[in-house]
Write a protein that binds this ligand. Structure first.
Ligand code: PGA
Length: 247
């Protein structure tokens, strides 16, 4: 099982030209990896998926940051899994905490999205994680268990052949974009806890203020099978260092 490094560009950068420049700086021989030891996925805003998918290769693939759970119809502003796949995306992030916080995503809608995206042949990066309040109240494990059980309801039974297409990203909400990354010890505890609820072949990633200085330890010491990288993924030089730390 190769480690999986996912770049979440969020609502960045501001132009397609810039998106292509960053993407090109990450690919090719200059980057120093060829996809044989590590899988790297760039998740840009939807509007850049097609252009970047045309530049993608064995070492670098493309994913979306969200998707809707219906196939088509009167859902203004939404995009289906089949549409995303048709643009050349291989992966999709589902249930990111920013979607849960700002766009009303619930464990139930996350579950519908995961099932639809698996049906469409997309690979899933399913995000879970507790808020600071939940952690302080000693409710972390309870929250993770609920998010996994509802988010993956019927997935492991009805979609068992596809579980290798599922990765779980543990992203403590308090660690995202704050510079306050989760300690290796605490991450290990959470990863070990999450493992109880998923199949052996499901990769578990860590995300939340990952930088090249801390990235290797999540893989080597906390037992993560990859990383979900936000801010640091827009800087090609820094992101390449992160990928190399996971090889
Ligand atoms: P960050 O974001 O690396 O900027 O903390 C991670 C994420 O939101 O996936």
């Amino acid at each position: 099982m190769k480690n999986l490094i996912v770049a979440n560009w969020k609502m960045n950068p501001n132009s397609q030209k810039e998106a292509k420049e960053i993407f090109s700086a990450l690919g090719g021989p200059a980057s120093g990896w060829d996809g044989s030891n590590v899988e790297v996925v760039i998740c840009p805003p939807f509007v850049y998926v097609s252009a970047l998918a045309r530049l993608s290769d064995e070492a670098l693939s493309v994913g979306g940051q969200n998707v809707f759970y219906e196939d088509n119809g009167a859902f203004t502003g939404e995009i289906s899994s089949a549409m995303l796949k048709d643009l050349g995306a291989e992966y999709v992030i589902i249930g990111h905490s920013e979607r849960r916080k700002y766009f009303g995503e619930t464990d139930e809608t996350v579950n519908k999205k995961i099932k639809k995206a698996l049906e469409a042949g997309l690979k899933i990066i399913f995000c879970i994680g507790e808020t600071a309040e939940e952690r302080d109240a000693g409710r972390k494990n309870e929250v993770l268990e609920r998010q996994i059980k509802i988010g993956l309801k019927d997935v492991s039974t009805n979609y068992s052949l596809l579980t290798t297409n599922l990765s779980v990203a543990y992203e403590p909400v308090w660690a995202i974009g704050t510079g306050n990354n989760c300690s290796v010890e605490e991450t290990k505890e959470s990863i070990d806890f999450i493992k109880k609820f998923v199949k052996l072949e499901t990769r578990i990633l860590y995300g939340g203020s990952v930088k090249s200085e801390n990235s290797g330890a999540y893989i080597k010491e906390a037992g993560a099978n990859g990383l979900l990288v936000g801010g640091a993924s827009l800087n090609a030089e820094e992101f390449i260092k992160i990928v190399k730390s996971a090889e």
